[in-house]
Design a protein around this ligand. Structure first.
Ligand code: NAD
Length: 232
């Protein structure tokens, strides 16, 4: 069987109405990255940071998976554990589309992390009012998202899958955030065919074997159809 690793970024959720990271103005929803996505920002102004993620979490109620998410879920139903999706996204659109074999390497909006006891409970309410941790009772919850300067989740599992992959596909990611941006070179070094599906060519470390430009909602279902026809 062909083993596939699919890396997704903010671009796959753009057509669902979730804005990407770097808008044309270099801001994320009107905020500078260093004001909302670093541990230093949280230390300096926890209320602003908690409110920013509370707004992002609430916005998830108004969006739905798009055909790119559902096509990847369809591929998983067809080939099972030979497909691993590694997402940099903190939204929950892959799982809502039906994907199960999924790593949220940058964490999840709908999960909190307790700075006192380390618990990571599923979380859907606002964190700015400083609610109590359901495990230890301390009021030290933060969003369970990985900020710049922090270690992404499950790196060993991801790297093992990338080096073992026959095909590595990057969808809707700018290639600016490491270590995710390095996976294409790692996959290629271990012999994988590399494919990019993006609105425009990204700043990838090495050229992809196959780079297709266009919206994810059309490119991804078409690519999934090809893979299924080839009987991956
Ligand atoms: P990015 O914003 O840096 O880049 C987005 C990429 O998507 C660009 O290359 C752009 O060309 C492409 N793109 C935009 N619209 C597209 C479309 N319709 N179809 C296909 N491609 C499209 O995003 P990134 O590389 O994922 O940056 C990583 C950081 O952004 C992560 O840490 C992530 O946690 C955070 N983030 C996540 C979300 C989310 O969860 N949906 C949203 C914003 C930011």
């Amino acid at each position: 069987m062909t083993r596939l690793v699919v890396l997704t970024g903010a671009g796959i959720s753009a057509e669902s109405g979730v804005p990407t990271f770097r808008g044309p103005d270099g801001l994320w929803e009107g905020h500078r990255i260093e004001d909302v996505a670093t541990p230093e920002a949280f230390e300096r102004d926890p209320h602003t940071v908690l409110r920013f993620y509370d707004e992002r979490r609430r916005a998830l109620h108004g969006v739905e998976p798009n055909p790119a998410h559902t096509a990847l879920a369809r591929l998983e139903r067809a080939i099972g554990a030979d497909l691993l999706i590694v997402t940099q996204n903190v939204d929950d659109l892959h799982e809502r589309a039906g994907t199960r074999n999924l790593v949220h390497m940058h964490g999840e909006l709908r999960r909190a992390q307790c700075l006192s006891c380390g618990a990571r409970p599923a979380w859907d309410a606002d964190l700015a009012p400083r609610p109590a941790c359901p495990v230890c009772g301390e009021r030290m919850l933060r969003p369970d998202v990985v900020w710049f300067g922090e270690m992404p989740y499950e790196l060993d599992r991801i790297e093992q899958a990338v080096v073992a992959a026959d095909v590595f596909v990057s969808i809707g990611t700018s290639g600016a955030v490491y270590p995710a941006a390095g996976y294409v070179a790692l996959a290629a070094a271990f012999g994988a065919r590399t494919v990019e599906l993006n609105l425009e060519s990204s700043d990838a470390l090495i050229p992809f074997d196959d780079a297709r430009t266009g919206p994810a909602s059309t490119l991804v279902p078409a690519w999934v159809d090809e893979v299924m026809r080839a009987g991956a």
